[in-house]
Design a protein around this ligand. Structure first.
Ligand SMILES: [Zn+2]
Length: 473
C-alpha cells in the first residue's frame, strides 16, 4: 500500500499546511480555502472518509451509549424522519453520547450524535424527534459540506488533523492517536457552529419531515422555549452550536400550523427509552437515590425504571419481583427483556431463556429481542438455533452487531470459515475494509470451504479490493 500517500495524501498535505499558515497570519482572505479551485471542492468520498474518521475518533474518545435497545429506538425514530427526506436512500448513523451537556450534532456524511443530557431533557418524543429532524436536515441540505467548501476558518485545523489521522491511523495506530491528540484537543468542543441561515433552513425542512412522518411538530417550539428558559445565566452547548434566539422560535411557531395538533406528541417507546437511558448513565450511588425517589411513584415507567436499576446495582431478586408483576399487567417487550436480564443476573439461565423464547415468538424479527435471545443461546451453547435466527434477521437488518453475534455462534458450532466470513462482514460494515479483507483471506484458506462459499467469498473479496483501491486513489 505504498501509494496511500499519493494523490489524496498530497492534497491532504496541502490542507495540513493551511492551519500552520493560519496561525498568526494577518489576513484570512489571503489564504486558500477548500473551495479554492486549485484544491477543488470536497468530494463525496472525502466527505465520507472525513465523517467516518470523525465518528471513530468520537467513539474512541467519548463514552458512547452501547445498548441495543436504545440504539434501536433512536434509529427507528430517526429513520421515520429520514424516509421522508430527499435523501431517503442515504446512509445515516445515529448514536447517543453519554454526556450531561445538552447538545446534538451532525458530522460529515450523515453521522448524527445526540447527548444523553439532551435526550433526558426532552419531555416527549416530539421534542427529541424535532432535534433529530433538524440535524438530519443539516445533512440533507449539505450545510457541513458547503461550510467546508467555503470556509477558511479554524475548523480546517480539525478537518486536516482528521484526514491525517485516517491515513496515519491505518498504518500506525499510536502515531494516529498522537496526531489526533495534538490537533484535536477537546474535539467535542470543535463541533461546527452553524450559521443562522443554516438554522432557519434546518428548522423549516425539519418541521416538514416531522409532519410527513406523522409526528407532532409542536415539540420543536416547546424544546426551543425550554432551552431559552433554561439558558438564562447558563451556557447551553446546543444554543452555542445551533444559534437560537426568540426570532427563530417565532419563525418555527409560524411555520407550524394548528392543523397538525392532532398528530401524536409522545409514545410509550419514548418513555421506556428515557427511563432506560437514565439508568444506564447513572452510577450506582445515584441509582440508589433514583430508586428511592421512584419508590412511591406508581405506574409502568416508574416500575420499569426501578426494575432495571435494581438489576444494575446487583439486586436482581428485587428486580424480578417488580418485573414479574409488571409483565403480567402490561405488555411492552422491554419489560420482559428486562426480566430476562434480571433472571440471568440472578443466575437463572433457564428462566431467562424461556422468557426470551416467549418474546421471540411474540415479536419475531424485532432486533432487540433477536439479539438478546441469540446471545443467551450462544451463552447456553445452543449455536444452531442462534445461527438460524440471526440469518433470518439479516434478511431485514444489516448491523455489525448481528454479524458479531453470528460469528460467535459459528465459532461455537465449529464452523470456522463461516465465523471468519461473518467477522469479515462485520468489519466491512464498520468501514474497516482492510481488516475485513484479512478475514475473507483467512476464510478462503480453509480447506473445508464448499464451492459456493468459496465463490461467494471470492466475489466479496474482489468487490472490497475495488473499494479499497478507489479510496486510495
Ligand atoms: Zn442547527
Amino acid at each position: 500500500m505504498q501509494n496511500r500517500y499519493t494523490s489524496f495524501g498530497a492534497r491532504l498535505a496541502q490542507y495540513l499546511l493551511l492551519p500552520v499558515l493560519l496561525i498568526g497570519s494577518a489576513s484570512k482572505a489571503e489564504l486558500p480555502t477548500l473551495g479554492d479551485p486549485t484544491l477543488g471542492s470536497i468530494s463525496a468520498r472525502e466527505e465520507s472518509q472525513l465523517g467516518l474518521a470523525y465518528y471513530r475518533y468520537l467513539k474512541a474518545s467519548l463514552p458512547i451509549v452501547d445498548d441495543v435497545q436504545l440504539n434501536y429506538y433512536l434509529e427507528s425514530l430517526a429513520q421515520k424522519l429520514v424516509t421522508q427526506s430527499d435523501e431517503a436512500g442515504r446512509n445515516f448513523t445515529f448514536f447517543i453520547v453519554q454526556s450531561p451537556v445538552i447538545n446534538a450534532f451532525a458530522l460529515p456524511a450523515g453521522y448524527i450524535g445526540v447527548h444523553s443530557g439532551l435526550f433526558l431533557d426532552a419531555d416527549n418524543e416530539s421534542q427529541l424527534a424535532s432535534v433529530l429532524a433538524h440535524e438530519i436536515s443539516h445533512v440533507t441540505q449539505r450545510h457541513l459540506a458547503r461550510m467546508i467548501d467555503e470556509s477558511g476558518n479554524s475548523m480546517m485545523i480539525n478537518i486536516a488533523t482528521l484526514l491525517a489521522a485516517i491515513l496515519v491511523g491505518s498504518q500506525d495506530s499510536e502515531m494516529g492517536q498522537a496526531v489526533l491528540m495534538g490537533g484535536l484537543a477537546g474535539a467535542q468542543q470543535s463541533q461546527i457552529n452553524f450559521t443562522r441561515t443554516n438554522e432557519y433552513e434546518a428548522d423549516r425542512i425539519g418541521i416538514g419531515l416531522l409532519i410527513e412522518a406523522g409526528i407532532n411538530p409542536d415539540g420543536m417550539v416547546e424544546f426551543f422555549e425550554h432551552l431559552l428558559d433554561k439558558s438564562s445565566g447558563l451556557q447551553i452547548e446546543y444554543i452555542r452550536t445551533h444559534p437560537l434566539d426568540i426570532n427563530r422560535v417565532t419563525e418555527a411557531k409560524n411555520r407550524i400550523k394548528d392543523e397538525h395538533s392532532t398528530l401524536p406528541k409522545n409514545s410509550e417507546d419514548f418513555l421506556f427509552a428515557k427511563a432506560r437511558l437514565a439508568v444506564l448513565v447513572n452510577n450506582n450511588n445515584s441509582l440508589r437515590k433514583l430508586i428511592e425517589a421512584n419508590e412511591h411513584h406508581e405506574g409502568v415507567i416508574a416500575d420499569y425504571l426501578r426494575g432495571i436499576a435494581l438489576t444494575k446495582i446487583d439486586r436482581p431478586a428485587e428486580s424480578i419481583a417488580i418485573l414479574e408483576k409488571l409483565s403480567s399487567q402490561h405488555k411492552h417487550p422491554w419489560i420482559k427483556l428486562a426480566l430476562a436480564d434480571a433472571y440471568s443476573a440472578n443466575n437463572n439461565m433457564d428462566k431467562a431463556l424461556k422468557q426470551l423464547e416467549q418474546l421471540n415468538s411474540l415479536y419475531p424479527g424485532y432486533l432487540p429481542v433477536t439479539l438478546a435471545y441469540t446471545k443467551a443461546l450462544n451463552a447456553d451453547k445452543q449455536p444452531e438455533k442462534s445461527i438460524e435466527l440471526l440469518l433470518r434477521q439479516l434478511q431485514t437488518d444489516q448491523y455489525a452487531v448481528i454479524y458479531q453475534t453470528l460469528a460467535q455462534a459459528y465459532h461455537l458450532n465449529g464452523q470456522m470459515s463461516a465465523a471468519l466470513e461473518a467477522t469479515g462482514n462485520q468489519y466491512a460494515l464498520q468501514g474497516y475494509n482492510e481488516l475485513a479483507l484479512q478475514q475473507y483471506e483467512n476464510a478462503l484458506n480453509h480447506k473445508d470451504l464448499s464451492k459456493t462459499s468459496r465463490a461467494r467469498l471470492e466475489t466479496k473479496k474482489e468487490e472490497l479490493l475495488e473499494i479499497v483501491k478507489q479510496s486510495n486513489q
